[in-house]
Design a protein around this ligand. Sequence first.
Ligand code: ADP
Length: 620
Amino acid sequence: MRRPSLNKLTPNRQTFGYAAILAAALAVAIVSGWTALATQIDDAAYDWMFRLHPPPRAATQSVILAIDDASLTAMGGVREYRKMLATALELLATAHPRAVVIDLILTDQTDEAEDGRLEGAMLATKNLVLATDLANGQWQDPLPRFLKHAAGVGHDKADELSPDGTTRQIALEERTPAKRYWALALEAFRLVRGQRIVESPEDLQIGNELIPAPRTSQGNRLLRVLFTEDPIPEVSLNDLAQNPKLADALAGKIVFLGVTSMTAVRDRVKTPWGERPGVEVHAQLFETLELGQFLTSASDLAVLALCLLIGAIAGLIFGFLSGWPAYLSAAALLISAHLAPYVFFQHGIVFPYFAPFASAWLTCATAASYQHFVVRRQLRQSETDRQRYQQAIHFVTHEMRTPLTAIQGSSELMGRYNLNEDKRKQLADMINQESKRLARMIQTFLDIERLSDGQMELRREPFSVRQIVEACLQRAGPLAERKHIHIAIGDLEGAVEGDRELMEYAVFNLLTNSVKYSEPDTRVTVACRVQGDRLRLSVQDQGIGMDSKELRQIFQRFYRTKRAEESGEAGTGIGLSIVDQIVRHHGGKIEVTSAPGQGSCFTVVLPACSRASQAPTVSV
Ligand code: ADP
């Protein structure tokens, strides 16, 4: 008998079922990793890890020259940007910064005198980077008079990438079908390094610096900005105008010139550290490039591999362990799945947070429930089977004891007493009959076992249905008589080719079952009809019957219905499973119709044979 084991999985259907259900749970976890909720959780976890493990501090190379509220008030408000820019560049000229990045769009023509002054100031500025903006698919480039003095032009896009509007990464490259621009900070970086940008699909190289920014399907290259908790140092343009000596602090720096005023423009960008002025984000990207350490996103394949690994470990834990060891190991797995993204983060690799933890929770919960409900149920079932099996063994040994006792008693009588010839003959006949019955019983059990193992070839002889039915009636007659049950014989047509003894065993079983599970003074009807190339041998009774749930199980070994148990009739629950095997081995099947309290009809459907020998009939 097969016993399912909690602790040891063998490669059987149960293992495949377990693996399939885990795979389904894992698939749900992985697919849910693409939902909006998962992205939100991934982003929140990223910000949290970012603050927990901030980027290393380095001396900042950049400074923000801020057009702040004070500058706007003192220098004439938003209409006077060109004047302010010209003033700023003129003040910077003495400080000789390494580069100046202007984070303002200079597309429109304004006052000629002011534009001329700004142009003059630009001419005197080394490594000047101007900004362009992509609006409605069109680049808003600076006026040609400014453009000609710029050493580089870069796009100013910073905050449109994540669903929650927080800037975590910036596109190093932005393109329209006609034109492509690098990011403002990248242009400045290239100029400061004095090198060209060498690009490959996977990264960008500037001198010795390799920037891992693979080109995405949208054609841009995203780079995570290592925002520092402390803002980039800032100098107010108004302060510089009041005190030109402040320009000394800007010497040799990369100056990002932009508006930080909250009242004039709401140019604020959300970062993992909170809101920062838009211009600072470009300076932070520049510092990230300068630092030369990058956070890269794990590939889809790596994420999938991590989720699969987690799922496999959960499966193994509940496949090989049970009880506390299983739950403790699962808890360890859950903790590891929660910590894994942070450990990777510390090594510069960004894993999504949701997919691994969803994989761990879902697979652990599924594996634990599976083991709890399915395996335990099978264990209980096998325990019941075992008990029934023991009962059956008791029954069989008991059955064998009856002929044995008769043989033993008769032989003892013969040995001990001086019996007359008639008595001796009677006892010898009894011994002979009972030992034959015993031998038949043993033979039938052995045949059935060998049949189910596929070791035995069926005998193939033609015989008529009438022959076997009448033989069975003779044997079942006394039992029926005792219960006052009338066995009626209908038409008995047809013949079968096969093993006569086994077929007789099958019909006898159906007949005795009908008698056993019927009330006294009822009727059992046996009939056989040929329909085309099949014959239908039916045994119908008016007995206790079965419901549809019981009907589905009666061919299982050792199964007995509650009604049968309560009837007081002895039984093992193996008879029908043997009948079923015998009929199948003859190329047939059994059909059963039944209803509780209304009787049952067992019909054996077999291939009909035309060559049967017609044996003499036996009357009951
Ligand atoms: P048993 O030794 O218990 O009779 P079987 O394998 O022959 O074992 O039958 C299995 C079960 O199917 C029986 O215990 C009984 O519950 C049910 N069964 C079989 N035949 C009948 C019938 N004619 N009427 C009602 N129940 C039946």
